[in-house]
Design a binder for this molecule. Structure first.
Ligand code: GTP
Ligand code: ZN
Length: 372
């Protein structure tokens, strides 16, 4: 079977054809031994019982999940999520089946409140995260820094400041953000999120095949920006009425969208607000300078309060470190520790390998579909 790799690249496929070496090549070769026709497809939406994918032959069709992915106690990272690449068999117009989950180049996670698992995977294989904040009363530079430290790995973060059209600071806030983030190589773009001409300033990060997500707190302008990028309005919940292959109107909750310029925008209502999961390493992400100095404190468990020999307080006194930045670091450190403790508490009763109750199995069947 010849595959239209150009169409796959438009969906975010990273190679000119089949990769020849590396973990993807290995996974593909292994699948092809059993299913020589298996082809790549990207997850565009997640349903209770299966996945919706797009591939080189068609847009947004259902594939049957692997039974293994429906096991309730599967680690959340092992189940596909929006943005993942699968290998599938079967026709797009019926009978398509998932065969393999390909390795992830990157993943965006968040703390899952009230769930069994401390961490929830919200999107995979993301190239760019647009961190949206208004140039309004909502503007808060420390919060931008905290959000940024949650964006990890290969993903490029871009700060998008909305309300550039009615900015009471007349550019001063954007300038401050730029100055503060220059060292981290994080671009800051001020836009009127309602105007296509203004939002076009984001096009350097939206080349063909790029996968982007929009995050930020409530009211920051995420929906407005998303709609302007898409070039048309859609409902806030992500529900859209579309025509399916037979011309019927259907309502889908698709989460991966193709932008007119060729990039993919991933947007699900649940993924927008970033919160620490408890697994962040501030020393590596965003605050390595502060962590390096903290390592020189006399006490290993220094709270950088009034302890003697505190290198952090010394650095603040001599002007090497900004006090506000340290306060921000400590606040985020505390949020991460709280999240980690919550997560540990949630997981503790599970580690005893107890048999799940019948009621729980039934609940899981309802949630994930019955396994075979
Ligand atoms: N003047 C102006 N108004 C904007 C801009 N961006 C967003 N708004 C307005 O701000 C309000 C909130 O924007 P939304 O896009 O709904 O914000 P959101 O981040 O999606 O909010 P949630 O759905 O609560 O997460 C709307 O009334 C927008 O029209 C902007 O750049 N300029
Ligand atoms: Zn200290």
């Amino acid at each position: 079977m010849t595959l239209d790799f150009e169409r796959l690249q438009a969906l975010g496929w990273l190679f000119d054809g089949w990769p020849q070496t590396g973990p993807w090549a290995d996974a593909i070769a292994q699948t092809h031994r059993l299913a020589p026709d298996a082809r790549p497809a990207r997850v565009v939406a997640q349903h209770r019982t299966g996945y919706e994918v797009s591939d080189a032959t068609a847009d947004a069709f259902n594939v049957v999940s692997l039974p293994a992915w429906q096991r309730p106690n599967l680690a959340p990272g092992e189940r596909p999520c929006v943005g993942d690449w699968l290998l599938i068999t079967g026709a797009a117009d019926g009978g398509a089946e998932a065969q393999t989950l390909l390795p992830r180049a990157s993943a965006l996670t968040r703390a899952a409140a009230g769930e069994h698992y401390g961490q929830q995977l919200i999107a995979a294989n993301i190239d760019v995260v647009f961190l949206v904040m208004g140039l309004t009363q909502d503007f808060n530079l420390p919060r931008i820094e905290r959000y940024l430290s949650l964006v990890r790995g290969r993903t490029q973060a871009v700060v998008v400041l909305t309300h550039a059209d009615d900015d009471p600071s007349d550019g001063a806030l954007a300038g401050a953000a730029r100055a503060r983030l220059a060292d981290l190589d994080i671009p800051v773009v001020a836009v009127d999120a309602r105007e296509a001409a203004s939002v076009a300033a984001l096009s350097p990060w939206l080349g063909p095949g790029t996968s982007a997500v929009v995050v930020g707190s409530s009211g920051a302008g995420k929906s407005t920006l998303t709609n302007t990028l898409l070039g048309h309005a859609r409902m806030k919940t992500g529900a859209v009425r579309e025509r399916d292959a037979r011309g019927r109107h259907t309502t889908t909750h698709r989460a991966l969208w193709r932008l007119p310029g060729g990039a993919c925008l991933i947007d699900t209502p649940g993924m927008r607000e970033l919160k620490p999961t408890g697994e962040e390493a501030l020393d590596e992400d965003g605050f390595s300078d502060v962590a390096a100095i903290a390592a020189r404190c006399v006490f290993r468990d220094c709270h950088h309060d009034k302890e003697p020999g505190c290198a952090i307080n010394q650095a603040i006194a001599t002007g090497t470190l900004d006090a506000a930045r340290v306060a921000n670091y400590l606040k985020l450190q505390e949020e991460i520790q709280t999240a980690a403790a919550r997560k540990a508490a949630r997981q503790a009763p599970r580690s005893g390998n107890r048999k799940p109750s019948r009621a729980k199995l039934r609940r899981n069947d309802q949630r994930f579909g019955k396994s075979e």
